[in-house]
Design a protein around this ligand. Structure first.
Ligand code: NI
Length: 192
């Protein structure tokens, strides 16, 4: 009986810890909208785009890099597919591809890269410090990984973030999520 009670309290403790973790991760510090906007990026024309400028319309945020062999092109291809499905409604949706490889991803490289996808997808970059701040704001993981040939790749969070016009977090779309469910999530974002 005593062991059973200890087990029960253990389960309660795990639940409370889990709930606290979940709450912390849903409401990042730094702004009322839930996500910090304390970072300064630039678009491919060199125009400043700070965290606040991303707000105003529903938007998708995806972090990646142009040398990415698979995850980034696949995801941007899927985003392009959502825009195709949305048609004119898609004009109300912004999408940002933020580089986690600012040292290699020049403005020119980024511009040429996103030109392969829907023109409504905008590429953003910034200094190493500002990219660090932006990834922290969205709780995004990224890490340089050396390759045998002396080059490197970058492991990174592969989810697409669905953000409401006020900058609050609506949800995510996982890498290669069921296409119908993904599209439904994007449509719901536009309605919210
Ligand atoms: Ni990638």
């Amino acid at each position: 009986m005593k062991q059973f009670r200890i087990l029960l309290w253990g389960l309660v403790a795990i639940s409370v810890a889990g709930l606290a973790w979940f709450t912390l991760n849903q409401t990042a510090p730094g702004s009322s909208g839930g996500f910090s906007t304390d970072f300064d990026l630039v678009d491919t024309k060199g125009n400043p785009v700070d965290g606040e400028a991303l707000r105003g319309r529903p938007h998708l945020i995806f972090f990646g890099f142009t040398h990415c062999p698979e995850v980034c092109p696949t995801t941007l291809f899927e985003v392009t597919g959502w825009y195709d499905e949305l048609g004119k409604d898609g004009d109300l949706l912004d999408a940002y591809f933020i580089s986690v490889d600012p040292e290699r991803d020049t403005a020119e490289l980024l511009e040429n890269y996103v030109a392969n996808f829907d023109p409504r997808i905008k590429a953003l970059s910034g200094s190493v410090e500002e990219i660090e701040k932006a990834t922290k704001a969205y709780h995004v993981f990224y890490k340089k990984v050396p390759l045998d040939d002396g080059d490197y790749t970058v492991d990174h969070t592969a989810s697409v973030f669905l953000m409401k016009a006020d900058g609050s977090f609506k949800g995510t779309i996982s890498y290669q999520e069921n296409p119908e469910i993904a599209l439904e999530k994007v449509r719901n974002l536009l309605k919210s």
